[in-house]
Design a protein around this ligand. Sequence first.
Ligand SMILES: N[C@@H](CCC(=O)N[C@@H](CS)C(=O)NCC(=O)O)C(=O)O
Length: 212
Amino acid sequence: MPSGRNLTFYHAVPSRSGTVHWMLHELGIPFDVKLLDIRAGAGQTPEYLALNPLGKVPTIVHGDTVVTEAAAICCYLADLVPAAGLAPAFDDPKRGEYLRWLFFSPSTIEPALIDRARQYEAEDSSQNSYRDWETLLSILIDVVGKSDPWLLGQNFTTVDIVMGSTIRFGCMFGLLPKDPVFDAYIARIDARPAYQRAQEIDAPHFAAAMAG
Ligand SMILES: N[C@@H](CCC(=O)N[C@@H](CS)C(=O)NCC(=O)O)C(=O)O
């Protein structure tokens, strides 16, 4: 049976690897954590660059398999533990919608948030993976507003972990507008024991990073 045995997770606090940390706690599988001080260049050692040539977190090593990119790692882990029910099965019609939003998060929402943070606006919106800010925002409010209670319906899935983390990040840094739809969805995330557990474990590292 596939399991979290021989699973090493390269993590830094605070960073995008928090998404994978939450995912691992939702799955409840065993894993080893290697905490990297990325701000001190720990991602730039030859050993780590061999795993992740960008020198970024997160990365997982599972047996002989190396996976980088937060969304890809979460997708891999969900399929590794199908019994956890965090991904629709390959023949489930919801699988398409699942993959769509899983990839929408890093490839469409994140570039929009980064442009927003940098106050960059392309003259020609066809150059943007997200069309334009207003279009993206109305799609997000629509999809999050329809969550009942989760993005794919009754079942909590990896989409809620990946896209939920991005929405949470966008709201936390004021890149997404204050909206009751986002607030209600984030409150549902915050109530999840696995989310709380991952936050609790990261809290001392977060405090140390803020103090340094
Ligand atoms: N596309 C990557 C981005 C990962 C990323 O940007 N990680 C940042 C932390 S949020 C990092 O490791 N930064 C350290 C550095 O650039 O040296 C993913 O989604 O996993």
